[in-house]
Design a protein around this ligand. Structure first.
Ligand code: ZN
Length: 617
């Protein structure tokens, strides 16, 4: 039983035009030596020191009706002068970050994550929290409602007013959306699931609810088959901000914040499942899977979180990579997408990873450890020096699943064991915990798998493993700069199927061309070009992405082209020798004729047979 007096918070959208929240934090019995208040430097789920305190515009303190002194002792730490009466700290917080990681306020929408606005009184992290969320003043906001999974403590459903949390850790794990949002809901696993969508949206929300219900129910059954098949919460909320262009999500214990393109939501009356909508469902599925994998099954390094500094673990590939594997797999296993559609997604992921030379430089274990300084700080050299623990992590998860299936086990069984042994009990997974269970399930020699693909930088043997269950891996060259793979062809081009040569660089722009990345050992690097260079002319002609595309089809491998480029404001004149394009674009196809045993194993993996045309889309 918690006997500490409650910490009381009040947050007000002070002025949407200046993007300021006023946030009050009141302590009934302040430390007589001078109460300290600390703000987190990062938000769980996004592994970068974000220094939320940099958006604290002003901080003052009052006690017993008088102003008292408050001073900063560190970048994220304040200390009030000693006082005996209840103490309140009042902060003005600038909120204009549209991502899912901090806070935002304008005339259309208010949103905040606790770590970016709520101070934690030192020594009071375990105290219960009472929170008043106040409405902005003005008739313009009369249609605003509040969407959050913070437990209500007097506020009406979807209303401004009083909420509560057991402690600071819970307080900051329920982001709050305030706006004139659309609402829809469904039931799964004994829990009500609400979807609150903010933005200029005209979409078939019933369809979104229908599809998400199948995905969520599949995940609930996945972790708790049988009588235990209940969601690990009473209520879940999808907070969706739909915008012209944007993508991102962040997981919480009983909610998720998503930013998506409004075109990714299905149009009313649309029967097809578009690539855009599939992407939205994949994102929602990813964050929902985190309800188990990282919110409850956590690396030991996160139990508890230290929100003042980096929390190192080599396991992010398990928590993000395995989640990335199951996000799309849940779509096909729940029957929301067809097996062929799923194989297309796997082909795209293999393509993404195969194009980055960095996969042979950095292991996913090291990529996990260095997330704090590398993953969230991508630069022009990232594809050469780093690997994504999401994308390659999901391919390792696929390879591990197929390896375990060859030995009569599965990654499904491993994940359920992690849940039973750690997540359900609130115990952190030790650094070798995941590998230890894999070895228990499938034999000691599986350590080699982890040494080669997790701690080492080898490509997992996907062609062999997929071949073993009747799925063929094909490779081809890219049809265009925007070719994402997954399909046999890359779409129509002006010059049809003329072979496309290779520059060894990723291009960005349209009418002007910037080299976004210059790949290790490629023609652009050989020519002395670098990421960030602006190409102004190539082969004597003004450069544009279109013009370069045409050139790549009309000139041959070995042809030498004059290149004029700017680095900063200095002109570079060089020669570039075009090369044959690498066959780094992947697509998968199910073999139509396989023996019964292979077909059964393929069907067990996908939930359906990809060689059979589905009755519905
Ligand atoms: Zn994730």
């Amino acid at each position: 039983m918690n006997t500490l007096p409650a910490t009381r918070y009040r947050i007000v959208p002070l002025d949407p035009r200046s993007h300021l929240f006023e946030v009050r934090c009141s302590v009934a019995e302040p430390d007589p030596a001078g109460q300290r208040f600390r703000l987190p430097s990062w938000i769980p789920g996004s592994y970068l020191i974000r220094e939320f305190a940099r958006h604290f515009v002003s901080v003052r303190a009052e006690s017993g009706g008088a102003t008292i002194a408050i001073e900063k002792e560190a970048k994220d730490l304040w200390r009030a002068a000693p006082c005996t009466e209840p103490l309140t700290v009042v902060a003005h917080v600038y909120a204009f970050d549209f991502s899912v990681r901090a806070a935002y306020l304008d005339a259309a929408r208010g949103y905040f994550n606790g770590p970016s606005v709520f101070l934690c009184p030192e020594g009071r992290a375990d105290a219960p929290c009472e929170v008043e969320i106040a409405a902005p003043q003005g008739v313009a906001y009369r249609n605003w409602r509040v969407a959050t999974t913070l437990p209500r403590a007097g506020a009406a459903p979807w209303g401004f007013g009083s909420y509560r949390a057991e402690n600071y850790d819970e307080l900051i794990d329920h982001p709050v959306e305030m706006a004139a949002f659309s609402l829809t809901s469904f039931e799964a696993g004994g829990a009500t699931h609400d979807i609150a969508i903010t933005g200029h949206v005209h979409a078939d929300l019933d369809r979104v609810a229908r599809d998400l219900r199948r995905i969520c129910q599949w995940q609930i059954d996945f972790f708790g088959a049988g009588p235990e098949s209940r969601a690990p919460f009473d209520r879940y909320l999808f907070q969706v901000a739909a915008v012209g262009d944007g993508y991102g999500g962040l997981e919480h214990r009983s909610s998720t914040s998503l930013v998506c393109k409004r075109d990714e939501l299905p149009a009313p009356g649309m029967a097809r499942l578009t690539d855009d909508y599939r992407r939205f469902l994949g994102l929602a599925s990813h964050e929902y899977f985190h309800s188990w994998n990282v919110k409850r099954i956590k690396p030991a390094a996160f139990v508890p979180y230290d929100l003042g500094r980096e929390n190192y673990t080599r396991q992010l590939w398990v928590f993000e990579g395995v989640t990335s594997y199951y996000d799309d797999l849940a779509l096909v296993r729940s029957g929301v997408i067809a097996p062929k559609s799923y194989l297309e997604l796997v082909g795209q992921t293999i393509t993404v990873v195969s194009r980055e030379p960095g996969r042979h430089v950095q292991s996913v274990a090291d990529s996990s450890f260095d997330a704090w300084i590398k993953y969230y700080r991508r630069d022009e050299n990232t594809p050469n020096a780093g690997v994504s623990y999401y994308a390659k992590g999901s391919l390792i998860a696929l390879a591990l699943d197929l390896t375990l299936r060859n030995r009569g086990a599965s990654l499904d069984a491993l994940m359920r064991e992690l849940w039973q042994r750690y997540g359900r009990l609130g115990i952190g997974v030790p650094e070798d915990g995941f590998e230890a269970i894999a070895i228990e399930l499938a034999g000691a020699d599986l350590a080699t798998f982890f040494a080669r693909y997790v701690r080492g930088t080898e490509d997992p043997p996907l062609a062999d493993l997929l071949g073993g269950i009747g799925v063929t891996v094909h490779w081809r060259t890219a049809a265009s700069e925007s070719d994402r793979g997954g399909k046999a062809g890359g779409g129509s081009e002006t010059d049809g199927d003329a072979p496309r040569r290779w520059l060894g660089a990723r291009l960005a722009g349209g009418a002007t061309v910037t080299l976004q990345h210059v790949l290790s050992g490629g023609p652009a690097e050989q020519a002395g070009l670098a990421g960030g260079d602006v190409i102004v002319a190539i082969d004597g002609v003004r450069a544009s992405v279109d013009a370069i595309e045409k050139l790549l089809r009309r000139r041959g491998a070995g042809d030498v082209l004059a290149v004029h480029a700017f680095r900063r404001d200095e002109l570079i004149v060089t020669e570039l020798t075009l090369a044959e394009a690498p066959r780094d674009v992947c697509w998968l196809s199910p073999e139509a004729t396989v023996d019964e045993e292979t077909r059964a194993r393929r069907t067990a993996w996908l939930g359906n047979d990809p060689a059979v045309r589905p009755a519905t889309t």
